[in-house]
Design a protein around this ligand. Structure first.
Ligand SMILES: [Fe+2]
Length: 223
């Protein structure tokens, strides 16, 4: 369902509670990052997605922790709109494919499922397009190799998600280890999205991503 017109008025979001601001703000960031690194991404969507990433990442802390900050709310509203335009044209990928089974059986809100999985899927995806992943959120990347810069993006995103209170492991949202094979099986059927992911993923690889997201085996480090 695509709207003909969108009225984007940040003042209407001033009273959105912190938890909803955090989850929906991270969700918009997921749309921007996934569409920027999608197979179907192109010149037209790249600039839009990068601007969305810039606006959201610079203002999400303020919008969550001081909801009355109109400038931060404006960045979030515009970032969300741009992310939606990028998503509408370039599509999304494996983060969404792995999030869908969580929305259904475990009643995890879509935005939380996406935000929780983003760093884990990204960690897997980076090698498929180091340049783009390095650009996503690489902070202080001067002098770093492309690989290290891409890893820095993953760590920055994981930190951002944690800062605004998004759960960082599947354990926290009620998933058990025995649920993982069925989740992986279900996610592997979402071809529509997996075919747009920068890295081809087998069922085994999807299962491995869920396992890492379950135990937070190895927290991406900022070092
Ligand atoms: Fe979504």
């Amino acid at each position: 369902m695509l709207p003909s017109v969108a009225i984007v008025d940040a003042e209407l979001t001033l009273t959105v509670p912190p938890a909803v601001t955090a989850a929906t703000g991270m969700d918009a960031l997921v749309y921007a990052v996934e569409s920027y690194t999608a197979i179907r991404a192109g010149e037209l969507t790249d600039g839009i997605a990068l601007q969305a990433i810039k606006l959201i990442s610079r203002s999400i802390h303020k919008a969550v922790y001081n909801g009355k900050d109109l400038k931060a709310r404006e960045d979030m509203a515009m970032g969300s709109l741009l992310a939606g335009i990028s998503l509408g044209n370039a599509g999304v990928g494996a983060v969404h494919a792995l999030a869908y089974p969580l929305d259904g059986k475990f009643k995890v809100p879509h935005s939380v499922a996406n935000s929780l999985l983003l760093p884990y899927v990204m960690k897997y995806n980076v090698v498929a397009d180091l340049e783009k992943f390095a650009e996503v959120l690489g902070e202080n990347i001067e002098g770093l190799s492309l690989r290290k810069a891409a890893d820095r993006s993953v760590a920055t995103l994981a930190q951002l998600s944690q800062d605004v209170g998004i759960p960082s492991s599947l354990k926290e949202v009620g998933v058990t280890v025995s649920d993982i094979p069925a989740l992986a099986e279900e996610a592997s059927k979402v071809d529509r999205l997996l075919n747009n992911n920068p890295r081809w993923l087998t069922v085994k690889e999807i299962q491995k991503i869920y396992e890492e997201a379950y135990g937070a085996v190895e927290e991406p480090s900022l070092a």
